[in-house]
Design a protein around this ligand. Structure first.
Ligand code: 5AD
Ligand code: SF4
Length: 443
């Protein structure tokens, strides 16, 4: 009989992309993906280890699922992703309601493993690979709006930032064959998709070696952009140390490559950046910001920042606030430092900033960023943007929302417009998170 699989995803965009690969591997073998956990035979939880609270959330979810299992004794639970890689033994020993544990490079083994689990075994596969890219697998977009999609272009990371667990959970960096990437983009476009986001932990170091010469990230992006001028191209994430002028020039040459760069700063202090093993100084980072503004004057810039890393002083923290004032980010993901086992920091540094100080510093960054984002948005009032319509607004179905090239959400009256098409929208108002506008004929 056909078995139903329910997939639940936590963490970064890469994990969401991986879940679509898992969906493809399992449907090829006759499993059916279900949106109803109550009707499922297997629950797959794709997990994140980036901060301790991400892992705590999964432990809590496992306790909730225990209750579900008493009502549905046939249900088998598997842990996928970064926590599977990091905590294989602990999960197998301490979580008796977990039947299988699968690391990020072992998803091709899932059909065999599910068969073993059905026969009564508990199994784990967490070997990391230096080659696996799942390049030949066309992801199943089972939870998609049919308009925007992720394309994974590389896996792993070997930058070894002192705070980060990713090199340990996702292994060595490797790039995917550009032909399969462009093929996937073309197929998405033909199915009606109008935006793809190329994903990797550090897309700037994408490189494919072949007999006809190497393909680097700017070249790859140009090839994807050439699929159609109506297909928008985004990418994440760039490491500031590798953000090249040639990438910015390529972006400038293709209007459908979106004007938005996510450039995680992590800290504004030279001492902290060195201790974090980031391989750039605040001056270098600001030089890259200047280069973005030079080649792409209308580009939005977003970031990640960590408050309270090992040894961070009040002065270091003020340097971060100063960086935020200088760059004026359009959006920021802001975190409190969380010590992760196995990292350089865990082995060599002390988690010595008290939690209340971390919280206070984080709140200061959040408050400053809130003001800057609102001021930035106010400057957009009166401008007209081309917007890709994604769907009904969350507030009212008389309104639609879409994004401009800068990735800002704009809400406007529905009229006779349809999701998946482009419209020109003039901005008439804003909050710190959203722009409000009205549809116009042409800019
Ligand atoms: N603690 C807090 N934040 C972290 N990040 C990565 N590791 C940690 C950690 N140990 C943040 C970084 C990274 C983002 C994905 O998560 O800012 O860019
Ligand atoms: Fe993604 Fe990193 Fe979390 Fe893994 S640990 S899911 S790579 S954010």
């Amino acid at each position: 009989m056909e078995k139903n699989v329910y997939i639940e995803t936590y963490g970064c965009q890469m994990n969401f992309a991986d879940s679509e690969i898992v969906g493809a591997i399992l449907t090829q073998e006759g499993y059916k993906l279900t949106k109803s956990i109550d009707e499922s035979d297997f629950v797959l939880i794709n997990t994140c280890s980036i901060r301790d609270n991400a892992e705590q959330r999964i432990h809590k979810r496992l306790r909730e699922l225990r209750a579900l299992q008493t009502r549905h004794p046939q249900l088998r639970i598997g842990i996928l992703g970064c926590m599977a890689e990091r905590l294989q033994h602990q999960l197998m020993e301490q979580e008796d309601n977990v039947s299988f544990v699968v690391g990020p490079d072992a998803y091709r083994k899932l059909p065999v493993m599910l068969a073993q689990v059905s026969a009564g075994s508990r199994v784990a596969e967490t070997e990391l690979s230096t080659e696996e890219t799942y390049g030949d697998i066309e992801p199943v977009r089972y939870d998609s709006n049919g308009i925007t999609a992720y394309i994974s272009i590389m896996r792993g990371c070997q930058n070894f930032c002192a705070y980060c667990v990713v090199p340990y959970t996702r292994g060595r960096e490797r790039s995917r064959d550009p032909q399969t990437i462009v093929g996937e983009a073309r197929s998405l476009y033909e199915q009606g998709y109008r935006e793809v986001t190329l994903l990797g932990q550090n897309v700037n170091s994408y490189r494919w070696h072949s007999g006809e010469g190497d393909v680097d990230f700017p070249q790859l992006m140009a090839r994807v952009a050439e699929v159609s001028p109506l297909l928008r191209v985004r990418f994440a994430t760039s490491h500031p140390k590798d953000l090249s002028d040639s990438l910015l020039q390529t972006m400038a040459a293709y209007p459908n490559i979106c004007r938005c760069i996510h450039l995680p700063v992590q800290s504004g202090s030279a001492t902290m950046l060195k201790r974090m093993n980031r391989h750039y100084t605040p001056e270098w980072y600001l030089n890259r910001i200047d280069a973005i503004r030079h080649y792409l004057p209308d580009c939005s810039i977003t970031t990640d920042v960590i408050a309270g890393f090992c040894g961070e002083t009040e002065e270091d923290h003020r340097a971060t606030l100063e960086m935020f004032r200088k760059v004026r980010y359009d959006y920021a993901y802001m975190f409190k430092f969380s010590m992760r086992p196995d990292t350089y920091a865990a082995k060599h540094l002390a988690d010595d900033v008290p939690d209340d100080v971390k919280t206070h510093r984080l709140e200061e960054i959040i408050a400053l960023q809130g003001e800057v984002a609102l001021e930035n948005n106010r400057k957009e009032i009166g401008k007209t943007f081309e917007v890709l319509i994604e769907g009904a607004s969350h507030r009212s179905d008389k309104q639609l929302f879409g994004r401009n090239s800068q990735n800002k959400v704009i809400v406007f009256d529905r009229g006779s417009l349809q999701p998946g098409t482009y419209a020109y929208v003039k901005v008439t108002g804003c909050t710190s998170a959203t722009l409000l506008g009205e549809v116009v004929d042409k800019p």
